[in-house]
Design a protein around this ligand. Structure first.
Ligand SMILES: NC(=O)c1ccc[n+]([C@@H]2O[C@H](COP(=O)([O-])OP(=O)(O)OC[C@H]3O[C@@H](n4cnc5c(N)ncnc54)[C@H](O)[C@@H]3O)[C@@H](O)[C@H]2O)c1
Length: 258
């Protein structure tokens, strides 16, 4: 029997932010593809109910703790075949919410911590001769949709993935990026608490007329992590229901208005 290149039977996959809205669906999707999934998050409670073969705990805002935890995790569970760097966080919605401390905090979690997570994994994968990384960035990295510090960090992930792709490709390591559009996860809870009707204001921006489903993000991550994407490295795949294809509201509000 020929196994599908889209499956990950017997492969070990480390997923950060595993307890979050997208993370939980990533875990379920990779487990269903046959992978042995190691989940990473801040506490064991975050990971309750997930089909995990093991877990790694760290606060990604603390680069030293992140590096130490992932290094210990690789000693215990082995070097993963794939890393899905999915943990992320933002609260500073626009420039007026920024100061030095807020900027530093959002860079620490989303960029510095992601580097501290990925760097020891990349080194171990390169030493072994194979491995694949998928960074969960955002449409905010591609054009400005708010959250400026987070956006800068998420854009940094694209540059970092390209560095890995170019400098570690000869040692069998691939690195790619997913840029999701809006996904209704707990990351939106604070916005919806402030304005319960907010999603009605989001939808007119999306050409597909809906938000992105977490399964669509997970399926794209599975593809990029798998051998089905063996020739793909250094790319950014928007999973954004068409948001970055153009400006739907301009067409509807300006050009179709008359
Ligand atoms: N939801 C969206 O609209 C959207 C859009 C684009 C990109 N994203 C990105 O997708 C990824 C997943 O987001 P989500 O929507 O599932 O959010 P979520 O808030 O539901 O989950 C985020 C996960 O990251 C973990 N996390 C946050 N800060 C951490 C820290 N300091 N240390 C360790 N873990 C930490 C959380 O515990 C949680 O498990 C994030 O990188 C996010 O930026 C989300």
């Amino acid at each position: 029997m020929t196994s599908s290149p889209f499956r990950l039977d017997g492969k070990t996959v480390l997923i950060s932010g595993a307890g979050g809205g997208i993370g939980r669906v990533l875990v379920e999707t990779f487990a269903a593809s046959g992978a042995r999934v190691i989940g990473a998050d801040r506490t064991t409670g975050d990971l309750d109910g997930l089909p995990l073969a093991g877990h790694v705990l760290f606060d990604q805002a603390d680069a030293g703790a992140t590096r130490a935890a992932v290094t210990a995790g690789m000693s215990r569970f082995g070097v993963p075949d794939a890393l899905i760097a999915n943990a992320g966080f933002t609260r500073a919605e626009h420039l007026d919410h920024l100061d030095d401390a807020v900027w530093a905090s959002e860079m620490a979690i989303n960029l510095n911590g992601a580097y501290a997570l990925a760097d020891p994994v990349v080194a171990a994968m390169a030493g072994r001769g194979w491995g694949s990384l998928v960074f969960v960035s955002s449409v905010n990295a591609l054009a400005h949709f708010g959250n400026p510090a987070y956006a800068a960090a998420k854009a940094g992930l694209i540059a970092y993935a390209k560095a890995i792709a170019v400098e570690r490709g000869a040692r069998g390591v691939r690195a790619n990026v997913i840029a999701p559009g809006s996904v209704r996860t707990p990351a939106w809870d604070h916005r919806l608490a402030a304005d319960p009707g907010l999603l009605d204001k989001v939808l007119p921006h999306y050409p597909l007329g809906r938000l992105v489903d977490p399964r669509e993000v997970a399926n794209a991550a599975l593809f990029l992590a798998s051998d089905a994407a063996s020739g793909i490295t250094g790319v950014t795949l928007a999973v954004d229901a068409g948001l970055t294809a153009g400006n739907l509201r301009f067409v509807n509000d300006v050009l179709k208005a008359n």
